[in-house]
Design a protein around this ligand. Sequence first.
Ligand code: 5GP
Length: 116
Amino acid sequence: MSEKTVFSRIIEGEVPADIVYQDEHVVAIRDINPAAPVHILVIPRKPVPSLVHLEEGDVELAGRLLLAVRAIAEQEGIAEDGFRLTVNTGEQGGQTVPHLHLHILAGKRFTEGSMR
Ligand code: 5GP
């Protein structure tokens, strides 16, 4: 069994975090080092290491993650103006915490067409 990630520890209440949303499948927290005025991490309770580790049996979870993004966007008042959703995956993708998470970034205008 691999070591628990900081996100599992947050989900289990061992490490404090600013939780903005939670349901049966998902917990969302404010990023400790925000890259935009609004920076929220949407994390499945199940410790899937990364996007490429999702399996057929996770089809509901995958949908739940995206529906949570919608609910959070509405709650945070960013659904209309828009936001960027990023899933860093693996070493080359810049993933630093090996527990799947979606970054919601908002409150600034991202350069059109730019992925940076
Ligand atoms: P990654 O680089 O894996 O896509 O993103 C990991 C994110 O988790 C980073 O943006 C980082 O700031 C955030 N992060 C790492 N440790 C903690 C923590 O203990 N609490 C919170 N709220 N965010 C964290």
